[in-house]
Design a protein around this ligand. Structure first.
Ligand SMILES: [Zn+2]
Length: 154
């Protein structure tokens, strides 16, 4: 446990700078380098494991020391992807903002169009009224003329 503490406290600066042989577990905490002590084919082999092992809250992280380079590459990749995701999220928020602004603009336009529509229907009503007025006048004139004609014929 003493070795784990020395590694942990010497450079607990998160996983941002993995220039040294730091390996982080799924807790995003430095995984201490350990050695297999059990008798078996892997005895003496070195590995990185979760610092909480064998406690219950261990995340189960385990990696052989000679595979660490691959892990570091993967972690680098993950970090790059996370940065990209952050960028995309930022872009998405920008887009959302734009969409919001466009929606507001659209609503305004729709309102304007609706107002124009109301105005158009109003003028159409006016035109229709004018038409009926004209027709009424014509009917009146014709009936008046017919009436006088009938009177004159008598
Ligand atoms: Zn862990």
């Amino acid at each position: 446990m003493a070795s784990h503490n020395s590694i942990g406290s010497s450079s607990r600066s998160r996983s941002k700078q993995t220039s040294s042989s730091q390996v982080v577990c799924y807790h995003n905490e430095i995984a201490p380098l350990r050695t297999v002590r059990y008798d078996g084919p892997t005895k003496g082999k070195r590995f990185f494991g979760c610092s909480y092992w064998p406690e219950q809250r261990t995340c189960g992280f385990f990696k052989w020391a000679d595979e660490v380079d691959d892990v570091r590459d993967l972690q680098h990749l993950v970090m790059e992807k996370e940065t990209r995701i952050c960028e995309l999220e930022y872009e998405m928020n920008m887009m959302k903002d734009k969409v919001k602004r466009l929606k507001a603009k659209k609503e305004k336009l729709v309102e304007e169009v609706e107002e124009m529509g109301i105005a158009t229907t109003e003028t159409m009503f006016e035109l229709k009224e004018n038409n009926t007025d004209k027709r009424l006048m014509l009917t009146l004139v014709f009936s008046w003329a017919f009436f006088t004609l009938v009177l004159l014929m008598k």
